[in-house]
Each structure stands twice: as structure tokens, then as C-alpha cells.
Design a binder for this molecule. Structure first.
Ligand code: HSE
Length: 309
């Protein structure tokens, strides 16, 4: 195989109760990434479409992740990368993770898979470190593994794939602003009172139970953030009103998607999901705030190969 094109989906992380450890893979939003072998060593980014981003391999997450992979294998050829970005950078649905994970996944395929999924998560995380100043795998893990994932450890990477309740879907609305992950992480408090840690631990563990039990009432009580949301929501226009509107429409839970500004709602009924989407967009329209949104099922497969030759 000399060339491969993949669809690398977006993701929602944190899911309110699992800062930096929970994530889920989206179905219908993502980047298309084509990687081809080239005779000279190293990587180049040949083109980027969709959004204006640097092609400098030391400053673009795809180049950074690809170079990390190449440090771990001895080969006498290289790769050129073409990226068609479907996810707007700074939207809170894993734009950088989609590019870095999709690129290392594609290169691994061209090399006939010398690396396993956990290796690919590790390489992709170098891109996350570059854009956010800290290592976290909550975006790249669900993109590579599919479904809903929990990152148990980063020192020696360990990720648990959790069950996906069959009717679960997500509604994402992004107000038309960009928030850099590094800025959004600066508002997260470094010290948390023990009472809040206890409550968040209870929320996280009961959320995991709710997935195994397909118990949407328990999920509703569990997808609650007592640590990060209070500070981050200040950056997101109308967050409290949107939350109220979505819950009134029947959402199971509402929270900030990743580092924002996108807001996610959970639902187990497509009619309710459409009502939530319309109501949130209408509310933003009434406030003269541009926004866009979509509904997605949980993608249990992760990155998809579109073509290879
Ligand atoms: N868990 C990360 C955060 C996701 O909330 O900052 C953003 O990449």
C-alpha cells in the first residue's frame, strides 16, 4: 500500500464528570486525511484545506505526531500528508486530536501496523501537548478506539473502552467564537476542595455504572461537573440559559464539550434531540449570536479507512 485516505472523527471530552479522562467519538464530523509514501525520509504536510493552519511540521499537530511515530521506527522512506479539515480549530470537539490521531493511524496502516492502539494514542498525545501545554489523551483515545473511553493512566498508557447505550446520542451547538485549549485550561483551578473531589468521584463512578446499566436517570444525575464548569462557562455566551433550555426540552444532561465553546447535550430520543438543537439555535439567534450545531450517534469504530492503493 502506497497511499491511504482516512476519516478521522471529532470527539467530546470530559462529559462533565471526567475532566481529562472521559471522551466519546462522534459520527459525522471529522477530518479527511490522506497520507502517501515518499522516497525521501521524514514527513511533509503537502496541503491543508478547510481551515487556514500552518504546514510547518514542528507547529502542526499532524506533523508533530507523525514525527513522534517516526522516532520509534527505522525506515528509509517518508510520508506526505494532505489534510482536509472538517472540524473547525478551537471548537471544543477535538479538532487537533482528529488531525494527529488520523495521521498516525494512516501512517501505521502504510507500515502494516507495527504499532498498537495505545502506541498511536501516545504519539498523538504529542500534538495535544503542543496545543494545550499538557498531556491528555481524552480526545485521541475515543477517536482511535471508538465509542466512549476512560483514560485510566498516562504514565503507562491505559485506556478502558466503556459500553455505549444503544439509543444514546449527542447534540452539539457551537456559538461562533474560538477558544484556545491552552487558554481554557488556564482558568481551571489547580487546587480543589476535598468535598468537590468526593462529589466529582461519585459522579464519575455513577456515570460509568449508568453506561453498563443503560440507566438514563442515573446518567442524568451523574453527568454533572462541580470542578471545571463554573469557571469555564464564563467564556461561553448564554451557557446557563442554554443549559436550562436544553434540559427543559428533555436533555439527559448538558455540559461544556472539551475546552469549549461547544456545548453538548445528551439524549436517547431523536425527536427530543431535534427539539434541543432547534431550541438552542433559536435562542442564540434571538441573542444575535451566530451558532451552528448537529446531532450525532456515538461512533463505536473510530477512524475509518476511506480508500487505499
Ligand atoms: N480535557 C481537555 C480539556 C480537552 O478540557 O482541556 C481539550 O483538549
Amino acid at each position: 500500500m502506497d497511499s491511504i485516505k482516512v476519516f478521522s472523527p471529532g470527539s467530546i471530552t470530559n462529559l462533565s464528570c471526567g475532566y481529562d479522562i472521559l471522551g466519546l467519538c462522534l459520527n459525522n464530523q471529522g477530518d479527511e486525511i490522506k497520507v502517501s509514501k515518499k522516497s525521501s525520509q521524514g514527513v511533509i504536510i503537502k496541503s491543508i484545506q478547510g481551515y487556514s493552519l500552518t504546514k510547518d511540521i514542528d507547529k502542526n499537530v499532524a506533523g508533530i505526531a507523525a514525527q513522534e511515530l517516526l522516532k520509534n521506527i527505522d525506515i528509509n522512506f517518508g510520508f506526505e500528508i494532505e489534510i482536509n479539515k472538517g472540524i473547525r480549530p478551537g471548537s471544543g470537539i477535538g479538532s487537533s486530536a482528529a488531525s494527529s490521531a488520523g495521521t498516525v493511524f494512516a501512517i501505521n496502516q502504510l507500515l502494516e501496523s507495527p504499532f498498537n492502539h495505545l502506541d498511536l494514542i501516545k504519539f498523538s498525545m504529542e500534538g495535544e501537548k503542543f496545543v494545550s501545554d499538557s498531556y491528555h489523551a481524552d480526545n485521541v483515545a475515543p477517536i482511535i478506539l471508538g465509542g466512549i473511553t476512560l483514560v485510566r493512566s498516562l504514565n503507562k498508557i491505559d485506556v478502558i473502552k466503556l459500553p455505549t447505550p444503544k439509543d444514546l446520542e449527542v447534540i452539539i451547538v457551537r456559538p461562533d467564537i474560538e477558544i484556545k485549549t491552552s487558554d481554557s485550561r488556564k482558568v481551571v483551578k489547580k487546587m480543589i476542595p476535598i468535598e468537590k473531589v468526593v462529589q466529582q468521584s461519585a459522579n464519575l463512578s455513577s456515570f460509568v455504572s449508568s453506561l453498563y446499566l443503560e440507566d438514563y436517570d442515573l446518567m442524568s444525575k451523574s453527568v454533572v461537573d462541580v470542578i471545571v464548569e463554573e469557571d469555564r462557562k464564563e467564556m461561553i455566551p448564554e451557557f446557563d440559559n442554554i443549559k436550562e433550555i436544553s434540559l427543559k426540552c428533555g436533555a439527559i444532561a448538558v455540559g461544556i464539550s472539551g475546552s469549549g465553546p461547544s456545548i453538548f447535550s445528551l439524549s436517547n430520543d431523536n425527536n427530543v434531540s431535534n427539539k434541543i438543537l432547534d431550541s438552542i439555535i433559536n435562542h442564540y439567534n434571538e441573542q444575535d449570536i451566530d451558532s451552528n450545531g448537529f446531532i450525532s450517534k456515538i461512533n463505536s469504530n473510530g477512524i475509518k479507512i476511506l480508500e487505499s492503493r
